[in-house]
Design a protein around this ligand. Structure first.
Ligand SMILES: Cc1cc2nc3c(=O)[nH]c(=O)nc-3n(C[C@H](O)[C@H](O)[C@H](O)COP(=O)(O)OP(=O)(O)OC[C@H]3O[C@@H](n4cnc5c(N)ncnc54)[C@H](O)[C@@H]3O)c2cc1C
Length: 474
């Protein structure tokens, strides 16, 4: 029998359409599914993503169990762990799905070179995206900086292979290598009492992802109208499943085209949103510092504030601006925030409160179960005005008028602001107060706070600072 292959699982916890798994099976020998908690992975993950990783591993372990396989867990430097498991099992090959953030790329380069030096076969493939970021180029051969032409090129090239089928069997080794116990990694610990609450709102695993997609396909024709209304579930909610690779974008693309008429606005716009995710990875690949540094250098001269007391009130949903507080509480309670509300909360922080976008980016990284290194960084730089194809700084959202437009009956805001519910708060509002740390010292019975910033004054201050930055540049 052929030697074993290690299938190094990263953010691709799925059986369907998984080229890394297929590559492992192609070796013809036993397959050892391995997840490594390496320093690069651990350093990037905030409390909610760590909690979500625990759930992804746990559910995927059960899925593999259904095929008489299992997931082996090890902690340490990736190359050291791989070498140890190879020594224990006699594996001759390693396959994995590529990741595109700078720390992962640096790690994978070292791993590939090391394994090749050892005389092993190391196969990396695309499991995460429709297009590898470097395969989409402008006519002159460079990266795109603007979404619309990028999207047009993606649509022109969107002639994808069929999704790969779920394997009927994953050959097991005669003897399994040792595995750490998932609980010993304590990935859930930082969530404290919030974990059990987030769990009620989360949809973990491949079957949950497929169910979500099928539910969404029932209403995809309304997507273009409903996607901006935070009170209704008018979007697919697949972001957490994409983030952890529990469904492949290629499978989603095919299924949408099969089930819907993509000439209609809803399905067409939905596919365009999937391409926004591709655009984020395109930018991250070509500009690895996207999560840390202004994409437009001019913004280095802007008078950003660092972390501050207003930001703490923003984090806690205590700004006194109803739409913002509702959204920040949705985030803390569910690990998710509606896209329009992400735009509004990011705009308020970076513009009215003039706080550096990296401060907000870090809080989202801490609290989102769908945290994604590319989409989060792009979203924040877009909102702040410092990114490619960004919202111009002078276009400053007014959260009150946005609330009146997109939540006209106050359903979303009412759901989350328990203090305003006259003694009859919604379950969501109660969940928020049950999830937050005791140290925040907040109670549903307290009066709702006054606004921390006058929206019109804040707008003027931000525009003056923007003018100042432009004047400095001359
Ligand atoms: C400040 C800010 C931070 C963000 N951080 C993240 C993040 O960490 N992780 C994340 O997945 N998305 C992020 N987004 C993008 C977007 O808000 C979410 O992808 C979307 O709300 C997820 O909900 P959904 O799956 O129901 O989306 P749907 O409307 O159903 O869209 C389908 C898919 O398309 C992709 N998509 C949609 N909108 C965008 C977008 N603007 N940018 C990139 N991809 C998009 C997502 O993969 C999404 O799951 C951020 C946006 C902003 C403004």
């Amino acid at each position: 029998m052929a030697a074993a292959t290690i299938w190094w699982i990263r953010k691709d916890f799925r059986l369907a359409d998984n080229p890394a798994l297929r590559g492992a099976l192609d070796g013809g020998g036993p397959v050892i599914p391995l997840f490594i908690l390496d320093p690069e992975t651990e350093a990037q993950l905030g409390a909610a993503p760590k909690w979500r990783l625990h759930q992804a591993i746990s559910v995927f372990g059960e899925t593999l169990g259904g095929l008489d396989s299992r997931i082996i867990l090890r902690r340490g430097e990736a190359l050291d762990v791989l070498r140890a498991v190879i020594a224990e099992t006699g594996a001759a090959r390693v396959t994995w799905g590529r990741q595109y953030d700078a720390p992962a790329k640096a790690r994978d380069t070292v791993v590939k070179a090391g394994l090749k030096d050892d005389g092993l076969e190391a196969v990396s493939v695309n499991t995460h995206l429709l297009f590898e970021p470097w395969t989409i180029e402008t006519k002159t051969g460079g990266p795109y900086r603007v979404y619309t032409p990028f999207k047009n090129t993606c649509f022109d090239k969107a002639d994808f292979r069929d999704p790969l089928a779920v394997p009927g069997k994953i050959p097991a080794p005669d003897v399994w290598p040792e595995s750490d116990a998932l609980a010993d990694w304590r990935l859930e610990a930082a969530m404290n009492r919030g974990g059990a609450i987030v769990a009620q709102y989360s949809g973990v695993g491949e079957s949950a992802a497929v169910a979500r997609l099928e539910d969404f396909l029932e209403k995809i024709n309304d997507y273009n109208d409903d996607r901006d209304r935070p009170a209704v579930v008018g979007t697919s909610r697949l972001s957490e499943n994409f983030a952890w690779g529990e469904i492949s974008p290629l499978s989603v693309w095919h299924r949408v085209r099969e089930a819907a008429d993509t000439k209609l606005d809803g399905p067409r716009v939905y596919l365009q949103e999937i391409v926004w995710r591709e655009f984020a990875y395109h930018l991250l690949h070509h500009y690895p510092a996207l999560p840390q540094e202004n994409w437009r250098e001019d913004w280095d001269a802007f008078e950003w504030r660092g972390d501050n007391d207003d930001t703490e009130r923003w984090r806690r949903g205590m700004t006194g601006i109803t739409a913002i507080d509702a959204a920040m509480r949705e985030l803390y309670t569910t690990g998710y925030m509606h896209n329009r509300m992400r735009m509004l909360t990011a705009s308020l922080l970076t513009k009215h409160l003039m706080t550096h976008w990296t401060v907000g980016e870090r809080w989202f990284r801490e609290t989102l179960v769908d945290w994604d290194p590319a989409s989060n960084a792009m979203g924040w730089q877009w909102a702040a005005g410092s990114g490619p194809d960004a919202s111009p700084f002078f276009r400053i959202f007014n959260p009150d008028t946005q609330r009146d437009k997109f939540d006209p009956k106050g359903v979303y805001v009412g759901r989350w602001l328990g203090e305003k519910a006259r003694g009859n708060p919604a379950q969501e509002a109660r969940d928020f107060f049950a999830a937050i740390p005791k140290s925040w010292d907040m109670a549903i019975s307290q009066p709702y706070p006054a606004p921390i910033v006058d929206l019109s004054e804040g707008r003027k201050r931000a525009l003056a600072a923007y003018q100042d930055m432009k004047d400095k540049r001359g």
